[in-house]
Design a protein around this ligand. Structure first.
Ligand code: FES
Length: 107
């Protein structure tokens, strides 16, 4: 496992990442997707485990599921579990906001 810190402060991260929008970020050499809900952050694979559509082009619904833009499969943002559709779960990565930035752990 590898830990990465994005940004340089808590305030910088909160001002850079709008709430409830899905953002693509480069962590090390890996593109991942990131969502902020309040001061909580959720990091997950950027491409759908079904057929590889970009989840950054997807949507976040009111019960905090990511909806894939291609076939509308849904994934719970916290666990990555597929809640509608038949494919593997979304890979998620631990993320938390620290005083010195956003800490993301990749496998
Ligand atoms: S590619 Fe995402 S649901 Fe099919």
């Amino acid at each position: 496992m590898k830990k990465f810190t994005l940004g340089t402060s808590k305030e910088q991260i909160l001002s850079m990442i709008n709430e409830r929008s899905i953002k693509r970020v480069l962590v090390g050499d890996q593109k991942i997707a990131l969502v902020r809900i309040g001061s909580e952050f959720f990091a997950f694979q950027a491409f759908c485990p079904h057929r590889g559509a970009s989840l950054v082009e997807g949507q976040l619904n009111s019960i905090n599921e990511i909806i894939c833009p291609l076939h509308q499969y849904r994934f719970e943002i916290k666990s990555g579990r597929v809640s509608a559709g038949s494919c593997s779960d979304l890979e998620t990565y631990p993320a938390f906001l620290a005083e010195n930035g956003l800490v993301i752990t990749l496998p």
